[in-house]
Write a protein that binds this ligand. Structure first.
Ligand code: NDP
Length: 328
């Protein structure tokens, strides 16, 4: 038996989330059985656990889109007992039982070997949010954005993607501006590497199709009017890596920035990203993000506390990242 968070839906579609004990035989099919040591809470986990959006596609479900742990059994030659592994996405925690549990059984294709220099706890202090932040940075670099072109804006600055994106960009030499609704967190954001703060209220309402050219590029995890205003404020030839919808899924924008300033809107998806890009992102996270950044940006909780913290996360009351020690 092992402990897991367990989501069920009643006939009237009311969601119930309970800490329960499951038997290994109940786990879904997959080539690799993993002893999970740490998981995490991302925005999507918050949606799944609270039922605020239909993230979970089948019930009962063990939530958790990320985990890190050690292989217990594998029928795939790429993994053997004792190997340390990371999992992010692939519908785990949405359509396939996930990481907020002490054990998980998944497809070998979904795993990434733990890179040398990374631990399970550190990997989950990054989680999908941190790995996505790196995918966004990689996307801006692919677009040829270099530090000399001007400041880079990070929206949703106090969130998981936002905090890690600030830290990564500033360590690569970019000048980073941080858009936030929590100006009182200025000290933390500046310690991560932001040089200037932007009140998110100045970006969250309807704006003009073309605005003053302020930023060479942006990492946006907010969407909606914020993304539209950010695109309208990008310098000629710049780029925006768009990965999130914390404000909304809509995009009330015009084509003006794209056709008059040659701005690129680059979408970033972590869930189905191919293996080679994942492995590259994880390798870069090891070498480019010092451990002390993760320590100052992370709160560690017990599995039993995950439902309460998930609700706080959706209310914008969590700063940075949350690691779940599933054995605590
Ligand atoms: P967090 O909850 O950790 O961070 C979101 C941040 O967005 C908050 O901390 C807050 O920052 C800001 N925010 C919240 N509500 C609003 C609002 N109404 N208007 C403007 N800003 C708001 O989430 P994550 O960092 O884990 O994820 C961020 C987004 O990115 C989510 O939408 C998530 O689904 C998406 N995502 C997408 C991925 C992909 O593969 N494309 C992968 C990972 C995440 P502050 O308080 O500083 O304003």
């Amino acid at each position: 038996m092992f402990k897991a968070l367990y989501l069920t839906q009643s006939d009237d579609r009311t969601l119930n989330c309970a800490l329960t004990e499951l038997d290994e035989s109940q786990l879904p099919a997959g080539e690799v059985l993993v002893q999970v040591s740490h998981s995490t809470l991302n925005y999507k986990d918050g949606l799944a656990i609270t039922g605020k959006a239909p993230v979970v596609r089948s019930f009962p479900m063990v939530p958790g889109i990320d985990f890190a742990g050690t292989v217990l059994e594998s029928s795939d030659p790429r993994y053997k007992q004792g190997d340390a592994v990371i999992l992010n996405g692939w519908g785990v925690g949405e359509t396939h039982w996930g990481g907020l549990a002490q054990k998980a059984r998944v497809k070998a294709d979904w795993l990434v070997p733990m890179p040398a220099g990374m631990t399970a706890a550190k990997a989950m202090a990054l989680g999908t949010a941190g790995y996505t932040a790196m995918l966004c940075v990689m996307r801006l670099q692919q677009q040829g954005i270099t530090p000399d072109q001007g400041p880079v804006l990070v929206t949703g600055a106090n969130g998981g993607v936002g905090t890690i994106a600030i830290a990564l960009l500033s360590r690569l030499g970019y000048t980073v501006h941080a858009s936030t609704g929590r100006m009182h967190e200025a000290e933390h954001l500046k310690a991560l590497g932001a040089s200037e703060l932007v009140d998110r209220a100045t970006l969250s309402g309807p704006g003009k199709p073309l605005q003053k050219e302020r930023w060479a590029a942006a990492v946006d995890s907010v969407g909606s009017h914020t993304l539209a205003n950010v695109c309208a404020s990008i310098k000629y030839g710049g780029a925006v890596a768009a990965c999130g919808l914390a404000q909304g899924m809509d995009f009330p924008a015009s084509v003006a920035p794209f056709i008059l300033r040659g701005v690129t809107l680059a979408g970033v998806d972590s869930v189905m990203a191919p293996y080679a890009r994942r492995a590259q992102a994880w390798a870069r996270l090891v070498s480019e993000l010092p451990a002390e950044v993760l320590a100052s940006n992370t709160e560690t909780i017990k599995l039993a506390d995950a439902p309460a913290v998930a609700a706080k996360l959706l209310q914008g009351q969590v700063r940075g990242r949350v690691v779940v020690d599933v054995n605590a």
